[in-house]
Design a binder for this molecule. Structure first.
Ligand code: C2E
Ligand code: CA
Ligand code: CA
Ligand code: CA
Length: 276
């Protein structure tokens, strides 16, 4: 630093600038990523907690950039949301996931993550209709995953779009449940197919954290009585699996059963007898 006394000024400004510059370069590359074919979907199995059979795959976006190499979704998804590039990218995700899911056995569903920017775009429901029609995927095999944040931003608009999608026969899952800030009011109005219990609660419950245990129990009881399914996210160990089973979660997802994998590897899973 040039000025030892003005530490704050010297230390933070260049790093802020570097951060902004990095974002600018990522955005520049992201604007070309679709046409360059740099995106791919990986699929993570979701299994029935009792039978351990694969019931669905969650589609997770991967970006291998010519300039930046593999970029983490934790980094590029927020940027895609800020720049609204998530709208065309998300449309590609939806269309690709529907096409690839058509290769799987017909009882296996596909879950697609949808950001608030996409859901609140006026054409979103029509993109879903079109993705289903073009691929030929049965609507009940598609589940849209949204987080509570979409209800905070514009609850009425989010609800009406989700209702339109449910009227097509698609499921809607509430993702990362328990990590958001919203009230439970929307649970009274919306028939979610699945509530996904965030990994932080799964981890906590498995080490006997009293709060985590109480929260998972309450979420499962609530989901059961509202006739919604539950998925425990991020199950990594046998201990976590046993805990989550005992607490009554219906479905399980996590590295213990499988990491997100390329489409061809997901397809190959169906030629195995058991997943583990
Ligand atoms: P998410 O929807 O909560 O997805 C689950 C994330 O947890 C994935 O990270 C997955 O790889 C990771 N995960 C799964 N099992 C385990 C486990 O056992 N342990 C641990 N530690 N992690 C596990 P990923 O693929 O990096 O995605 C991060 C987030 O990026 C997603 O969180 C989602 O919010 C967003 N995202 C990914 N793909 C898309 C997409 O196509 N569209 C949108 N809008 N968002 C996406
Ligand atoms: Ca998700
Ligand atoms: Ca999640
Ligand atoms: Ca998330």
């Amino acid at each position: 630093a040039k000025d030892e006394g003005g530490g704050q000024h010297c230390t933070y400004e260049p790093s802020l600038h570097a951060h902004a510059e990095e974002r600018r370069q990522l955005e520049f590359s992201m604007r070309r990523a679709l046409e360059r074919g740099e995106f791919a979907l990986h699929y993570q199995p979701v299994v029935d907690a009792a039978s351990e059979q694969v019931v669905s795959f969650e589609a997770l976006l991967r970006w291998n950039s010519a300039e930046h190499g593999f970029v983490s979704p934790a980094k590029f998804i927020p940027l895609a949301e800020d720049t609204r590039l998530i709208v065309p990218i998300g449309e590609w995700v939806l269309r690709t996931a529907c096409i690839e899911a058509c290769n799987w056995p017909s009882h296996v569903k596909v879950a697609v993550n949808v950001s608030g920017e996409q859901l609140l775009d006026p054409y979103f429901a029509e993109v879903v209709v079109s993705a289903l029609a073009q691929s030929g995927l049965a609507p009940h095999r598609l589940e849209i995953e949204v987080t509570e944040s979409v209800f905070v931003r514009d609850g009425t608009a989010a609800q009406s779009t989700l209702e339109r999608i449910m009227s097509l026969g698609c499921g809607v899952a509430l993702d990362d449940f328990g990590t958001g800030y919203s009230s439970l009011g929307y649970l009274r109005k919306m028939r979610f197919s699945t509530i996904k219990v965030d990994r932080s609660f799964v981890q906590g419950a498995a080490v006997n954290n009293a709060e985590s245990l109480a929260i998972v129990r309450a979420v499962v009881a609530m989901a059961d009585s509202l006739e919604m399914s539950t998925t425990a996210e991020g199950v990594e160990t046998e201990k976590e699996l046993e805990t989550i089973r005992r607490l009554g979660c219906k479905k399980v997802q996590g590295f213990f059963f499988g990491r997100p994998m390329a489409a061809k590897d997901a397809l190959a899973l169906f030629n195995q007898v058991a997943i583990r």
